[in-house]
Design a protein around this ligand. Sequence first.
Ligand SMILES: CC(C)(COP(=O)(O)OP(=O)(O)OC[C@H]1O[C@@H](n2cnc3c(N)ncnc32)[C@H](O)[C@@H]1OP(=O)(O)O)[C@@H](O)C(=O)NCCC(=O)NCCS
Length: 290
Amino acid sequence: MNIPTPRMSRRRRPKTSRGILHQLSRPPFRLRALGRHDGSCYRAMSAGRTRATCPHRSDQWDRTLIEMGNPTPDVSVQPVVVVGAGGHAKVIIELIQAQGCYRVVGLIDADPTPRTVLGVQVIGADRDLVRLRGSGINKAFVALGDNRRRVAIGRDLAHVGFEMINAISRAAVISPSAQLGRGVAIMAGAVVNAATSIGDFAIVNTGALIDHDATIAEGAHIGPGCALAGNVRIGRLACLGVGTSATPGTTVGAGALVGAGACIVRDIPDAAVARGVPAKVISVQQDRKL
Ligand SMILES: CC(C)(COP(=O)(O)OP(=O)(O)OC[C@H]1O[C@@H](n2cnc3c(N)ncnc32)[C@H](O)[C@@H]1OP(=O)(O)O)[C@@H](O)C(=O)NCCC(=O)NCCS
C-alpha cells in the first residue's frame, strides 16, 4: 500500500501558533503586518499603547502586541454610528465591523423610516445626532457618496464632539509612512504607497492604487480601480471615476469630476468635468461651491 510521503503531509499541515509567532518575529514579516495598518497603528505601537487605538484589530496585530510584551490587549468593542444608509454605507458597515474594535449600533439617514441595512437599524435623521452624542456614543463615520455632504456633515459631527473614525479594509495595503486624516474610507484591494497623504473624509475605493508622494485632499473620492502614479495631487472634493489613471506629477483641481476610464496626462482645472484618453476638459462648472 502507498503511504503519503512525509514531505507532502508536512506541507499540508496547518501552521502551529508557535510557527506563526516565529514568522512574526522576523523583521520583514512585521513590516508587512504594519503595512496593512495606518500611521496611527504604527505610532500607537511605538508609544506602547494597546490595541484599543488600532482601527484594524486583527489576529496578526494581536500577535504582534503579544510579542511586544502586551499579553492582555483591551478587548472592548466600541459603538459607532454611521451616517448614510445607501450602497456606500453598506460597504462601510462591513469594513467597520471587520475592523473588530467597533460595532455599528445604528444608521442615521435623511429618510429616518425604520428599516435595517445589512442588519443595522436606521435609528433616526441628522437632527438625532446630538441626542446620540449625549447618550454616550462618541464615534461616528459619514458614509455618503456625495463629497460635499460627506465633508459638511463630518465637520459638523466633529464640531459637536464625535470622534470621526476611519473605515479601513484589512485587505488594503497602506505604507507606514502614509498619513491618513479622519473619517477616511479605504476599501479592499487599495494600495496607498510611501509618503502619500489622504485628507479627512476622502474615499480610496476598491482596488485603487495610489503611488508614492501623492496628495489626496479633503473629501476627494478616488473611484474603484483608479491608478495614480507618484506625486499626483487630487484637489479637495474632486472625484475620479472608475478606472481613471493619472501620469506622474499631474494635478486634478478642487471639485473636478473625471469620467470613468480617463487617462490624466495634463493638469485638470478646478471644477472641470473631464473625460477620455487623454482626458480633455468638456465643461467647467463655474457655479460649483468648493
Ligand atoms: C464623464 C461623466 C461625468 C459624464 O456624465 P454625463 O454628462 O451624464 O454624460 P452622458 O451619460 O450624458 O454622456 C454624454 C456623452 O459622453 C460620453 N461619455 C460619458 N461618460 C464617458 C466617459 N467616462 N468617457 C468617455 N465618454 C463618456 C457618452 O457616451 C455620451 O457621448 P455621446 O453624446 O456621443 O452619446 C460620467 O459618464 C462619468 O464617467 N462619471 C463617473 C462615474 C464614476 O465612475 N463614479 C465613481 C462611482 S464609485
